[in-house]
Design a protein around this ligand. Structure first.
Ligand code: PBG
Length: 331
C-alpha cells in the first residue's frame, strides 16, 4: 500500500475542530470506568481528613452510605472499601479480619442495604488488622509466611463475601492465594463473587498516604519487598498475571498506575482478561501537590491521567479522584 505523504496527507486536518476531534477519539473516559476507594472508620457522624491525602477523609459507616449514594448518582459502578482498624483490635495474627461484625463487614452490609445497585470491592490482605502492619503472618525471623497466611486470607475472603462483597481483591501477593480463595468461594456458595487479583503489585514508595489512612503506616517495620514485586521487573509481572488467570481470577490489576503503564500495555497485549489499574495514594497526592503550586490545571491533570489508563488498555481505574472525575465527565 502506498502511503500518502505531505502535503496530500495532513494529520492536523482531523484535529482542526472540536466535532472532528470528538469523532476521531480512539479512547473515551466515562464514569463507569471509575472505582472509588474509600476509608471506613468507627463511630457515628465521623469525618476524619487524612493529612497526606488532601481532600480525602475517612468516614464512619453512616456517612459512608451517603458517599455511596453520591457515587451512584455520578455513575460510578463500584466502591473499594478499606477499614481503619483501631489499634486495640489489631493483633499479630490479624484475627479481626475474620470477625463477621468488623468494620468492613458492617460497612458492606450498610451500603448493600441502602444502595443495593452499587458494586463493592474488598481488599484481601491482613495489614489493616495486624499489629505489625505486614500483609500476612510472621515467623520468628519476621518473614511473612506464605501458606499459613493463605489460610487466614481464605477466612477473610469468605467473611467479606458473606457480608455481601461482590469482588474480592487479594492485594497480599502470597503465591497461590487466588486459586485457594476461588475454591473456597465455590465451596461456600459464592460462585458469583468475582476475584480481581492484584496480580502485578509492586513494592512501591507511592503507598505512604494509604498506610496513614488505614493506620498501618506507623506500625509497619521494614518493608514489603519479600512479597510485593521489584519495580525493576516486567517479565515477572507477566508470570504473575498468567498464574492468577490460571488460578481463576476474573480480572487482574496493575498497581501503582502511572509509573507502570508499560506493564498494563504488555498485560493487555498478551492476555484476554480485563485489566484494571490502581492510581494509588501517592499518585493522587502528587497530582494534588502539583495543582496546589499551580503547576497545572487540576481537572485537566486528573482527566488526562485517567484517560491514559484507558489508552494503555484498562477496563477501569481505582482512583481517589473518582467522584470528582465522574462529576466532571457527567457535566
Ligand atoms: C494493602 C494495600 C495497600 C494499598 C492497597 N492495598 C498498601 C500496601 O500494600 O502497603 C495501597 C493503595 C494506595 O496507596 O492507594 N495490602
Amino acid at each position: 500500500m502506498t502511503q500518502a505523504s505531505y502535503p496530500a496527507l495532513r494529520l492536523r486536518r482531523t484535529r482542526a475542530s472540536a466535532w472532528s476531534r470528538a469523532m476521531h477519539a480512539e479512547n473515551r473516559l466515562t464514569p463507569s470506568d471509575l472505582i472509588w476507594p474509600l476509608f471506613v472508620t468507627e463511630g457515628q457522624g465521623v469525618e476524619e481528613p487524612i493529612k497526606s491525602l488532601p481532600g480525602v477523609s475517612r468516614w464512619s459507616v453512616d456517612l459512608m452510605v451517603q458517599r455511596a449514594r453520591e457515587a451512584q448518582a455520578a455513575g460510578i459502578p463500584c466502591l473499594a472499601l478499606f477499614p481503619n482498624t483501631q489499634p486495640e483490635r489489631r493483633s499479630d495474627d490479624g484475627a479481626e479480619a475474620l470477625n463477621p461484625d468488623n468494620l468492613m463487614c458492617t460497612a458492606i452490609r450498610a451500603i448493600k442495604d441502602a444502595v443495593p445497585g452499587i458494586g463493592i470491592l474488598t481488599d484481601v490482605a491482613l495489614d489493616p488488622y495486624t499489629a505489625h502492619g505486614q500483609d500476612g503472618l510472621l515467623d520468628e525471623a519476621g518473614y511473612v509466611v506464605n501458606d499459613a497466611t493463605i489460610d487466614v486470607l481464605i477466612g477473610q475472603s469468605l467473611n467479606q463475601a458473606a457480608a455481601g462483597a461482590d469482588i474480592i481483591a487479594p492485594s497480599d501477593m502470597m503465591d497461590g492465594r487466588v486459586g485457594a480463595i476461588r475454591e473456597a468461594l465455590e465451596e461456600e456458595g459464592h460462585a458469583n463473587v468475582q476475584i480481581m487479583a492484584y496480580a502485578a503489585k509492586y513494592a512501591s514508595a507511592f503507598y505512604g498516604p494509604f498506610r496513614d489512612a488505614v493506620g498501618s503506616g506507623g506500625l509497619l517495620k521494614g518493608n514489603k519487598k519479600s512479597y510485593q514485586m521489584d519495580p525493576a521487573n516486567s517479565q515477572e509481572a507477566l508470570r504473575e498475571v498468567a498464574l492468577d488467570i490460571a488460578e481463576g481470577a476474573d480480572s487482574v490489576m496493575v498497581k501503582p498506575g502511572l509509573p507502570y503503564l508499560d506493564i498494563i500495555a504488555r498485560v493487555k497485549d498478551r492476555f484476554e482478561v480485563p485489566v484494571f489499574a490502581y492510581q494509588v495514594s501517592g499518585e493522587y497526592a502528587m497530582l494534588e501537590a502539583a495543582a496546589a503550586v499551580g503547576a497545572g490545571d487540576r481537572d485537566a491533570l486528573v482527566l488526562e491521567t485517567l484517560l491514559a489508563f484507558k489508552r494503555a488498555g484498562c477496563s477501569g481505574v481505582l482512583t481517589y479522584h473518582a467522584l470528582h472525575a465522574a462529576r466532571l465527565l457527567g457535566a
